[in-house]
Design a protein around this ligand. Structure first.
Ligand code: NAI
Length: 297
């Protein structure tokens, strides 16, 4: 077991003024990373901006002997994403770690989800991840090193009532993770996914207090710290973390069946139990490997 240390590493944590991101930033700083603490401020639904939460986190990191800089851009614009990465490069010379954590909620049942509710949530979570990660990826590629963490959600992996927008955005981030792993492999760029459940302002009003108290946000940080480290060589894994529980979820493929000729729908109906069977399920790192494996078995 090695001592996980980020000396010489530069990390960007988006949405790090409060909640989970704040704790990631503080702990990365404690373990030697130079940290860009991004947060535009604002409320849970994404309205408002301009509070000084990111500056306070920077002061805390510095007070503990670390190095950090605040950035107040919104991840939701291409210019904002570019400026967050520019802040890292101008201040610390490079980007090694990106933790895509900024988030908002606009929970409504699907029928009540208006276009603005859909667009604003996708703009922060999914497009925001694109906006920050794309310029960061270019720098990582040039340096031959990168660790990218996506923040998904149980809502994205399993679904949750009233979160059509949020769930879609959080599942979209899984797709991006897989492509970044394929395109980043030869540059030593890994991307993995944290699937947290934690008591923060985001969950304060949607869970009973007892449960909220049990889901201490500090339980998530060690998983993110490990995924962000040089020691972690996994790619594309989804780590569930909550209340001291850590596990892996993944999209798996069952063995299925192969037909030599084009089958009729009735033949598929007849064999449906074999098609649906998930015994001996298998994880695949890309679509071509999945298809080759399926056709060769
Ligand atoms: P939080 O509301 O405490 O923190 C989110 C932070 O993101 C806030 O500081 C906010 O100002 C910032 N932010 C929002 N929009 C931004 C933008 N456009 N640009 C820059 N910063 C922006 O929430 P929490 O719980 O710490 O959530 C962190 C991440 O974890 C989010 O992506 C959330 O969806 C995800 N998550 C949280 C869960 C939980 O149980 N708390 C469960 C599953 C996922």
């Amino acid at each position: 077991m090695s001592n996980i240390d980020y000396s010489g590493r530069v990390a960007i944590v988006t949405g790090a003024g409060t909640g989970l991101g704040r704790d990631y930033a503080l702990n990365l700083g404690k373990r030697g990373a130079k940290v860009v603490v991004n947060d535009l401020g604002g409320s849970l639904d994404g309205t408002g901006a301009g509070n000084t939460a990111a500056s306070l986190v920077v002061e805390e990191i510095k007070a503990a002997g670390g190095e950090a800089v605040a950035n107040f851009d919104s991840v939701a614009t291409v210019e904002g994403g570019a400026n967050i990465v520019k802040t890292a490069i101008d201040t610390f010379g490079k980007v090694d770690i990106v933790i895509n954590n900024a988030g908002i909620l606009r929970d409504k049942s699907f029928i009540k989800t208006e276009e603005a509710d859909w667009d604003s949530v996708l703009a922060v979570h999914l497009k925001g991840t694109y906006n920050v990660t794309r310029p960061a990826f270019a720098n990582m590629k040039a340096n031959g090193y990168g660790r990218i963490i996506m923040t998904s959600s149980g809502s994205g992996i399993f679904g949750n009532f009233g979160q059509a927008n949020y769930s879609s955005a959080k599942t979209g981030m899984l797709g991006l993770t897989h492509v970044l792993n394929i395109e980043g492999a030869k540059y030593n760029i890994n991307s993995n996914v944290i699937v947290p459940s934690a008591g923060t302002r985001m969950t304060k009003d949607v869970m009973p207090k007892e449960f909220f108290d049990q889901l201490k946000l500090e339980f998530i940080t060690p998983a993110v710290l490990y995924l962000a480290s040089e020691e972690c060589t996994d790619r594309g894994v989804y780590i569930n973390a909550f209340a001291g529980h850590y596990s892996r979820s993944q999209i798996m493929t069952g063995p299925g069946i192969n037909f030599k000729e084009i089958p009729t729908p009735e033949q598929l109906q007849e064999n449906w139990d074999k098609i649906m069977n998930m015994d001996e399920d298998k994880y695949h790192t890309d679509v071509n490997t999945m298809m080759m494996h399926a056709l060769s078995s």
